[in-house]
Design a protein around this ligand. Structure first.
Ligand code: ZN
Length: 340
């Protein structure tokens, strides 16, 4: 998308400029320290130049040691938090128990957002029943994070059942029956469909959704195309990354976007391919939700991810242990309820 391209290019340029300015400043400051020597040096005398070089190296070393360069040379994570928007009422996040699959429903005063639709083996139907039981007939936005069956398996039922405002998809396709069924349902129901791209911002009621990924680069494997989103409601926030793996997490970090959130819907069902230390540190959640099926054949969630979460003192909720997980926000406080 052109807007995304322009923004990304602008950010890259701005970062390059900051680094260059920083280097220039350090060089100039060190040069001033040896200023007199520099001006009075005789032609052919190499001593002042060597001194200058030593001073520059020492200067950079000292600045590095004391962390003065952190903002200039780190690849991301220094993003400023977006302004907090005052909110009315409450927002509900439903992490629906869809077994070894994903499905997150967010309900605001101004509409709804569904991220993924359960699988094709019955949990998609369960997700649809769950949403219908809440009295919902219209979904303002639906995201199919990526074309794997445990994310879009139930999408055709969702599209056939509810009035859909906009369906957001990544710019990749698949060759499976599950994917074809979704495409047929899009056509049959004439669903307004758009490609999601980093930098897109969606307002639903007082909730602000920022698309963190994908960017316009090529990604290996469908997981790394996962549409990822940060939702902010007042002072509270949630990050959902589909099955985005480490390379995609690194791309989000390098994009310089603000990733910090109270709740992390743990990527890729708690697989070791995701929730890298760097990404986890940037999100720095207090609550983690893992959408995972009991006794799944992948052994999700993996021990190293569970250790990472518990070492950081994060409160962990899992669909296989807790059933449906509902987190309510009033814009300031979070309240967690679970089915069991
Ligand atoms: Zn998955």
């Amino acid at each position: 998308m052109p807007v995304g391209d322009i923004k990304a290019a602008a950010k890259r340029k701005a970062k390059e400029k900051v680094v260059k300015t920083a280097k220039r400043k350090i060089t100039r400051a060190s040069g001033n320290n040896s200023g007199g020597g520099g001006r009075s040096r005789k032609k052919g005398s190499k001593l002042p130049i060597i001194l200058l070089i030593i001073l520059v190296i020492v200067g950079i070393g000292v600045a590095w040691h004391f962390g003065f360069l952190d903002g200039f040379f780190e690849s991301g994570g220094e993003a400023q938090p977006p302004a907090v928007v005052a909110v009315d009422g409450q927002l509900e996040m439903h992490f629906i128990d869809v077994g070894q699959a994903d499905g997150v429903l967010i309900i605001t005063d101004g509409g709804t957002m569904l991220i993924d639709a359960g699988d094709h083996r019955g949990s998609g139907q369960r997700l649809v029943n769950y949403i219908q039981d809440l009295g919902i007939t219209e979904l303002t936005y639906v995201i199919g994070t990526h074309p794997h069956a445990d994310h879009i398996g139930g999408m055709h039922i969702v599209l056939d059942t509810f009035d859909i405002g906009t369906l957001l998809l990544p710019p990749v396709s698949h060759t499976t029956q599950v994917y074809e069924r979704m495409i047929t349902a899009i056509e049959n129901n004439n669903v307004n469909t758009r490609v999601a791209m980093v930098g897109d911002v969606i307002h639903i009621g007082d909730a602000v959704f920022t698309i963190l990924h994908p960017n316009d680069e090529d990604h290996w494997g469908l997981n790394c195309w996962s549409v990822s989103v940060r939702m902010a409601f007042g002072e509270t926030s949630l990050v959902v990354t589909g099955d985005a793996e480490r390379p995609a997490e690194m791309a989000m970090l390098e994009s310089g976007q603000y990733l910090s959130a109270d709740i992390l819907r743990v990527g890729h069902h708690g697989s070791r391919t995701s929730t890298s230390q760097e990404f986890f540190d940037a999100v720095s959640p207090s609550i983690a939700v893992i959408q995972v099926g009991e006794g799944n054949r992948y052994n999700h969630p993996h021990d190293c991810v569970m250790e990472r979460l518990s070492d950081a003192g994060v409160r962990i909720y899992r669909n296989d242990h807790h059933g449906d997980i509902i987190i309510t926000s009033d814009g300031r406080n979070l309240d967690v309820r679970t089915a069991r």
